[in-house]
Design a protein around this ligand. Structure first.
Ligand code: NAG
Ligand code: NAG
Length: 353
C-alpha cells in the first residue's frame, strides 16, 4: 500500500521538479519570454498515501500561487500497477478487493483538483492581481501615467502577475444616453476609439500598444494624428473604425461608464488606479509596490527593493486631507507638468453642469 523506495524516489523527484519550477522557471519575465509551459507529470496511484499527501499538500498549491499558468500538468493514475495475463488484467499494488476503487478515485482526485482550480479562478484567477486603470484619453495625467508608468509592467516582469484592465471613460457623464466628456467631444471620441481597440484586440499586449501609441501622441499634443498608430503598429484599422462609427462603440463607452460609476469607493479624479479592489488614491504612481504586496506567487525581481506601500487606511486618510484642494469647481487645468513631474489632476466637478 505504501510507496516502496521506488515510489518515494519518484515523489521526491516530482517535488523537486515543482520546487525548481517555483524557484526559477516561473519568474514572470521568463515565462513571458519563452511563452512555453513547463511540462509537469505526476505518476501516482490512488491508494498510496504519499501520493495523496503530495496531491493535497503540494500539487494543489499550484492553483493558488499562479504556477498553474506556467505548467502543463498531466496526471497519470497508474503507479506501481502492472498488466498480467493474456487478457490484459490490471493488477494494482492495492489488494484485489480494493483494486476496484482506483477506477473511480482518479476521477475524484481530478475533480478535487479542478474544484480547487475553480475556487482559485473565482477568487483570483491564477493568483493574478487585478489592476484597473480608470482614465480618460485627453487627460494629460492619465496619458502620462500610461506612457511613463504603466508601460513599465511590460518590461519589468510584472505583467504575468497582473490582470490589467483599462477603462477609458474617466470623468465623463451620461445624460439621456448621450455621453459628455471632461475634455469635450474629441475626448469622447478617443475614449470610444480606445474602448473599441480593447474590444477588437482583447489581447492586452495588442490593445495596450495601440492605446500607448495614442496616449503618447496626447502627451505630445498630437492626438489628431491618432490614426497613424494603426500603420506604426501594423494593425488593421477596419475593425476599430467599424466599431467607433457604429453602435458598438457607443455601447462600449456606456458599458465603461457603468463600470466607472459602480466603483466603490467612487473615483474622485483620474487617473484612478485600483489594485485588487483598493484604490491607490494619489499614490498611484507607486502601483508596482501595491501589486508586489498583493501578489501571492513568487515575486518578480522588480519587487525586490520596492518599499512596502502604506495600508489602505493610511491612503484614505491622506486622500481625505487633500480633498478640498481637488474638489474645486471642476476647473480643468490642462497644462501638463510644468515641473516635469506630473501629479494628478483633473478634478471631478462637484455637480453636473
Ligand atoms: C484474466 O486472466 C486471469 C488470470 O490470468 C484470470 O484470473 C481472470 O479471471 C481473467 N479475467 C477475465 C475477465 O477473463
Ligand atoms: C480580469 O479582470 C477583469 C475585469 O475586472 C475580469 O472581468 C476578468 O475576469 C479578469 N480575468 C482574469 C483572468 O482574472
Amino acid at each position: 500500500m505504501a510507496a516502496g523506495p521506488r515510489g518515494r524516489l519518484l515523489l521526491v523527484a516530482l517535488v523537486s521538479a515543482a520546487a525548481v519550477v517555483a524557484a526559477g522557471g516561473l519568474l514572470p519575465g521568463c515565462a513571458a519570454a519563452a511563452g512555453e509551459k513547463v511540462p509537469l507529470a505526476l505518476y501516482y496511484e490512488t491508494l498510496c498515501p504519499y501520493c495523496s499527501r503530495f496531491i493535497v499538500n503540494h500539487l494543489a498549491g499550484i492553483f493558488e500561487d499562479g504556477i498553474v499558468d506556467a505548467i502543463d500538468l498531466r496526471l497519470v493514475p497508474y503507479g506501481n500497477a502492472h498488466v498480467v495475463g493474456a487478457n490484459n488484467t490490471i493488477s494494482c499494488q492495492q489488494s484485489p478487493s480494493m483494486a476496484a476503487i482506483p477506477r473511480f478515485r482518479p476521477a475524484l482526485l481530478l475533480a478535487a483538483i479542478l474544484l480547487l482550480a475553480a475556487g482559485a479562478v473565482e477568487g483570483k484567477k491564477g493568483g493574478k492581481v487585478d489592476v484597473a486603470l480608470y482614465y480618460e484619453s485627453l487627460c494629460p495625467y492619465s496619458a502620462m501615467f500610461v506612457v511613463g508608468n504603466l508601460a513599465r509592467v511590460f518590461k519589468d516582469g510584472l505583467l504575468d502577475a497582473v490582470n490589467l484592465s483599462l477603462v477609458p471613460y474617466g470623468n465623463a457623464r451620461v445624460k439621456d444616453g448621450k455621453i459628455s466628456c471632461q475634455h469635450g467631444s474629441e475626448e469622447c471620441f478617443l475614449n470610444t476609439v480606445e474602448a473599441c481597440a480593447i474590444d477588437v484586440w482583447p489581447d492586452l499586449r495588442v490593445h495596450f500598444r495601440f492605446i500607448y501609441c495614442v496616449e503618447d501622441l496626447v502627451v505630445n499634443h498630437k492626438q489628431r494624428e491618432w490614426e497613424s498608430c494603426f500603420g506604426k503598429l501594423n494593425l488593421d484599422p477596419k475593425p476599430v473604425t467599424d466599431c467607433y462609427k457604429g453602435e458598438r462603440g457607443h455601447q462600449l463607452s456606456l458599458k465603461y461608464g457603468r463600470q466607472t460609476d459602480a466603483l466603490q469607493p467612487p473615483h474622485k479624479y483620474v487617473p484612478w488606479v485600483v489594485v485588487d479592489g483598493q484604490p491607490l488614491y494619489e499614490d498611484y504612481e507607486n502601483f508596482e509596490a501595491y501589486i508586489c504586496k498583493a501578489y501571492k506567487g513568487h515575486p518578480p525581481k522588480v519587487c525586490e527593493g520596492l518599499a512596502r506601500p502604506p495600508t489602505p487606511t493610511v491612503l484614505e486618510v491622506a486622500e481625505a486631507g487633500n480633498r478640498v484642494s481637488y474638489y474645486d469647481s471642476g476647473d480643468i487645468r490642462l497644462k501638463p507638468d510644468e515641473d516635469g513631474h506630473a501629479k494628478i489632476k483633473v478634478v471631478v466637478p462637484d455637480d453636473d453642469d
